[in-house]
Design a protein around this ligand. Structure first.
Ligand SMILES: *[C@@H]1O[C@H](CO)[C@@H](O)[C@H](O)[C@H]1NC(C)=O
Ligand SMILES: *[C@@H]1O[C@H](CO)[C@@H](O)[C@H](O)[C@H]1NC(C)=O
Ligand SMILES: *[C@@H]1O[C@H](CO)[C@@H](O)[C@H](O)[C@H]1NC(C)=O
Length: 331
């Protein structure tokens, strides 16, 4: 999953292994969040961290993967720390007792993001062993992911004093839900900047020279922004040698709160030269749940049919003799 051969002189072997489990969990949660954020995009994230390492190109999409993975690792380690899972770290209480602002004091358990950040740097950034421009871009995007964890933190307060008079208020800094970090980075993905490398030789360059020029170019970009070097490939088509699945077999929606959802069948299927097939799928869910005092919940199992829409190749679609009509334009 990760390079266990990284010798980290700052950590004892047992600490290394303890963190390694959390790094694994954090990377996984980053990839799960990626799948959620891109559920209705043509590209839908790598399957695994192994595949993530194999992503050779530095595209807009790989910039997101690097950021969300680095954020996931930082997030998991920070949570571990606050929950007391780890021996050598705990809440950040360094400011407790000090005045934070008008009418409030620092108090309680602030999430120790510095710890999570440091472990994320030691493990995630160490994967970038290359000296080329792509490695420099990946490191920048890892950092942007970690900045997102900090940027989305919230101040949470509690009132003290007689009958909630709030004569004394204490506050602490808390991580947002990981979903909020995913939303934040999805927006950064939309705004990602292509690194302006007027010398095309930089693209796959391996020399210290090209890295130097890249580092110069990077200096002009805020560390919170995602960047990429290469244009995205055609995500409609399957190309397993470069880890692209294509959109055949993907599910799309015909209903939803906005155009992003309702136009997803056009985007994923029609725009990629595929048809839409309606499938009736049997699902079993919990239903009629009743709470019994105390403390048991009893639910029935209910079967129902749900309608799903899936992108299929037109030749397969038509060979099955489907006569269904579908909304959306046809190419
Ligand atoms: C850290 O948190 C993750 C996710 O909650 C958990 O799976 C992992 O076991 C925790 N690590 C330790 C050392 O408890
Ligand atoms: C897959 O991608 C590689 C590298 O870009 C390319 O050389 C190859 O032709 C592609 N294969 C297909 C089937 O498109
Ligand atoms: C359509 O035909 C293909 C190939 O015969 C088959 O694998 C697939 O399950 C069929 N789909 C439906 C919805 O009948």
């Amino acid at each position: 999953m990760f390079h266990t051969w990284i010798i980290n002189l700052l950590l004892t072997p047992s600490a290394f292994l303890t963190y390694a489990v959390s790094v694994h969990v954090g990377t996984r949660s980053g990839l799960d969040e990626c799948r959620h954020q891109f559920a209705l995009d043509k590209w839908n994230c790598p399957d695994s961290a192994t595949q993530l390492r194999g992503l050779r190109r530095a595209t807009r999409e790989t910039s997101f993967v690097h950021a969300i993975s680095a954020a996931g690792v930082m997030y998991t380690l920070t949570r571990n720390c606050s929950l007391g899972d780890l021996d050598n770290c705990g809440c950040d209480v360094s400011r407790n007792g000090q005045t934070g602002g008008r009418g409030w004091l620092w108090g309680g358990c602030s999430d120790n993001v510095e710890f999570g950040e440091s472990i994320s740097k030691q493990y995630v950034d160490a994967q970038e062993t290359g000296q080329d421009s792509r490695a420099a871009v990946n490191l920048h995007n890892n950092e942007a992911g970690r900045r997102a964890v900090k940027a989305t933190m919230k101040r949470v307060c509690r009132c003290h004093g007689m009958s909630e008079s709030c004569s004394v208020k204490t506050c602490w800094m808390q991580l947002s839900d990981f979903r909020d970090i995913g939303n934040y980075l999805k927006n950064k993905h939309k705004q990602a900047q292509k690194l302006d490398t007027d010398q095309t030789r930089l693209r796959a360059g391996n020399s210290a020279d090209s890295r130097g020029s890249i580092l110069d170019a990077l200096r002009s970009i805020a560390p919170t922004e995602l960047i990429y070097l290469e244009d995205s490939p055609d995500y409609c088509r399957r190309n397993s040698s470069v880890g692209l699945h294509g959109t055949e077999g993907r599910e799309c929606l015909t209903r939803g709160p906005g155009p992003w959802e309702t136009k997803s069948c056009r985007r994923l299927c029609h725009d990629c030269g595929l048809g839409v097939e309606e499938r009736r799928v049997h699902e079993v869910t919990s239903c009629n749940c009743k709470f019994h005092w105390c403390c048991r919940v009893h639910c029935d199992r209910c079967a129902h049919v749900v309608l799903k829409h899936v992108c299929v190749r037109r030749d397969v679609h038509e060979a099955n003799g489907s006569r269904r009509r579908h909304r959306g334009h046809r190419t």
